[in-house]
Design a protein around this ligand. Structure first.
Ligand code: ZN
Length: 695
């Protein structure tokens, strides 16, 4: 891929999306007319769209969204015998173009990255390009309303919504009577082929997105996540290089900030301005690997706020986990249950509260990834009620199962559930999180899909700290949430669409291109049969991993058809995907849903100076009481100036210590070397209460 061309196209797309954005209202306050007017550029569906295969010589190359949207339909993988009902497009094909077809057998997939994706070439004249689709008779469900209507799709875009549509010839009709027609799911949190703990997540961008489509998810947002010290831009390129040739559905990226420096701050700006990134994730856990300290976290939040991006946090206290896990091993607890016990709920809740406090001090909107416990969810919910700009993301795992599995007698079974933060042994947790999700205390759902097979999990057979963290979910998220949320009567189908798709599109600023069924939106659609059931099993799932944390769960609500970019990829239960067909979707900064009230809120909370007459009375004279010869006392006991020799940065405007500063000196000198030593200071009732903790 030509990087320069790609970034140019990306810039164009960002401009385009930006233009789109400024024109339309993205909340639910009912400005349908405005929204439609923004899509005015979409040519009328009847204006004889010509399908020009000759004009697509770039098909083998990676497409940006801008390029590929108006392009003629991309051929789809299919075995001719499999779909005799499809109407071939009446076109003369001048250039036989070949494309990659994937022989779909996830079972022979090994996590050796090279052998993962067998391909064969099929000439294009053997494929039918199904670009025109009519979805007839279904009930359309958006996050704010549901209604009976037909949908006409052409070239990957929804061109008409309504009844009695006039449709050009050659369109395939999908009968959706009795079914729900919903925006395809957006999984906000995946880690395909993540290098982690010395191995790679077994589901890569191919098998992972294939499984997503099988379950009704038509877009994933993955994480660029490299080691400390690695350039964020290089890491971004690495992930694009992995994902672009493999993704079967559209995808976006968050970028992990695992270290802090001026270079990182600078690269974040480039990522936002040129690379389609609007969200950065920081870790309070994984000490020495990904973890940032509180001062670095504060700096990163300030930067994110400047850029109009969204701060995301993995909230667990990494220091405590490091200490507690050593204690577990000392007690002889080396199995998966130790993983939960060394990081119980309050360790998650404390870090969630701390992240919210620090983000709020930086006036930075915050997104808590994988809310796993009741107490952490309560912290998020309370912060929202206090007016803080915070979003909470429970995941399929925390909504669908619980941490009692860590005590299972089978080591593999228990280890299969190991993830961070862990599932909670309190079995009422999933129901509680679902209640909060239904009532908007939590807003959006992901999966943290990061899968490791038995032999990989076995790295930690003698020490739970070495079990690669991660579980499945990308395929089953929609069904699990339908079963536990809608079928249980906690939420209606509109809320289901909000929490599985629309809210994600709004938070990551790709609405209404994604997350809505409307004229002009991408044709990412799932046709859902709420009456059918399926049983989840590793034997039948499409993921490459050999284990499923939802094994045996019977789910009402089954995707019958899944359409991504206008292509029917799940066709009456038949999965037909094309490797590399998905596009990278840039996520522009300053999302309305995220930043809509941040500026006003900042103004309202601005510190106010009190204007008053100067004090003119007497001031007590300080005697040099217990002065030690040769030691100069600081004028300011809080920000001492004797320490300044070790600091290279001046204090902040407010007079505080510059948090990027360090008191480390190459000479080995300590800032308090010259301070007098005292034997002991005992405070019996310190402010804030007694501390007998670890530090
Ligand atoms: Zn994650």
């Amino acid at each position: 891929m030509e990087l320069s061309t790609a970034s140019e196209s990306l810039l164009m797309l960002i401009d385009f999306t930006w233009a789109v954005y400024n024109n339309c209202c993205v909340d639910n306050s009912g400005c349908e007319t405005e929204r439609q007017s923004f899509f005015d550029h979409v040519p009328d569906a009847y204006d004889g769209k010509s399908i020009a295969f000759n004009e697509s010589p770039k098909r083998g190359q990676k497409k940006t969204a801008e390029e590929s949207k108006p392009e003629s339909p991309k051929p789809e993988e299919e075995t001719p015998a499999e779909s005799p009902d499809k109407t071939p497009v009446q076109e003369t094909i001048a250039n036989p173009i070949t494309m990659d077809i994937v022989a779909a057998d996830p079972w022979d997939t090994k996590y050796s990255m090279s052998s993962r994706t067998p391909v064969k070439k099929v000439p294009i004249h053997l494929q039918s390009a199904q670009s025109r689709l009519l979805i007839k008779g279904g009930k359309i469900v958006n996050d704010d309303q549901s209604f009976d209507a037909d949908i006409y799709i052409e070239d990957g875009i929804i061109k008409q919504v309504g009844t009695n549509l006039v449709i050009p010839g050659g369109a395939r009709t999908i009968e959706a009577r009795g079914k729900l027609v919903m925006p395809g799911g957006i999984d906000t949190h995946t880690h395909m082929q993540l290098p982690f703990m010395g191995t790679y997540a077994v589901d890569d961008f191919y098998s992972g997105t294939k499984a997503a489509l099988a379950g009704g998810t038509t877009m994933i947002i993955d994480f660029v996540l490299d080691q400390k010290g690695v350039s964020l831009l290089e890491a971004y390129d690495k992930w694009r290089g992995w994902a672009d040739p493999k993704v079967c559905c559209d995808y976006g990226l968050h970028v992990g900030v695992t270290w802090w420096s001026d270079q990182v701050a600078k690269e974040m700006e480039t990522l936002c301005a040129e690379k389609g990134i609007n969200s950065f994730k920081m870790f309070l856990a994984y000490k020495d690997v990904f973890m940032l300290n509180d001062d670095e976290l504060y700096e990163s939040f300030k930067r994110i706020k400047e850029l109009g991006a969204l701060g995301m946090v993995h909230a667990e206290n990494g220091h405590l986990i490091a200490e507690k896990s050593k204690e577990m091993l000392k007690m002889g607890i080396s199995g998966p249950e130790g993983h939960e016990m060394c990081r119980p709920e309050e360790v998650e809740a404390e870090a969630t509260q701390r992240a919210i406090t620090i983000a709020n001090q930086a006036n930075c909107p915050l997104y808590i990834v994988h809310v796993m416990s009741k107490s952490s969810a309560d912290v998020v919910s309370k912060a929202r009620r206090e007016g803080k700009v915070v979003f909470g993301e429970p995941i399929a795992a925390s909504l669908g199962t619980d941490g009692t599995h860590y005590w299972n007698k089978c080591w593999r079974h228990a280890a299969g559930h190991v993830m961070g933060p862990p599932l909670r042994p309190d079995s009422s947790t999933p129901g509680y999180l679902m209640d909060l999700l239904a009532n908007n205390d939590l807003q959006v759902t992901g999966t943290d899909n990061c899968t490791f097979s038995a032999d990989q999990k076995a790295l930690g057979k003698d020490d739970f700290r070495k079990i690669p963290n991660g579980v499945n979910g990308v395929e089953d998220r929609m069904s699990v949430i339908w079963e536990k949320g809608v079928h249980s009567g906690k939420m209606d189908p509109c809320r289901f669409v909000a929490v599985t798709s629309t809210n994600a599109a709004k938070i990551f600023n790709i609405y209404p291109q994604k997350g809505r069924i409307a004229v002009g939106s991408d044709a990412d659609i799932v046709i859902w049969d709420p009456k059918e059931t399926r049983t989840i099993s590793a034997k039948t799932h499409h993921q490459a991993v050999d284990f499923n944390i939802f094994e045996g769960m019977v789910c009402h609500g089954v995707p019958v058809y899944v359409i991504t970019n206008g292509h029917v990829v799940l066709d009456e239960g038949q999965l037909k995907v094309t490797q590399g067909m998905g596009r990278f979707i840039p996520t522009p900064c300053n999302a309305e849903m995220v930043y809509g009230r941040v500026a006003k809120r900042e103004l309202a909370r601005m510190p106010q100076k009190v204007e008053r007459d100067p004090y003119t009375g007497p001031v007590v004279k300080i005697e040099n009481q217990d002065e030690v010869p040769g030691v100069k006392r600081d004028e300011n006991p809080i920000v001492g100036d004797t320490a300044s020799f070790a600091h290279s940065r001046p204090p902040t405007r407010g007079g505080g210590r510059n948090l990027q500063d360090s008191s480390f000196a190459l000479s080995g000198e300590q800032f308090d070397d010259k301070a007098p030593r005292r034997a002991q200071i005992r405070t019996s009732n310190p402010p804030g209460g007694k501390s007998s903790g670890l530090w």
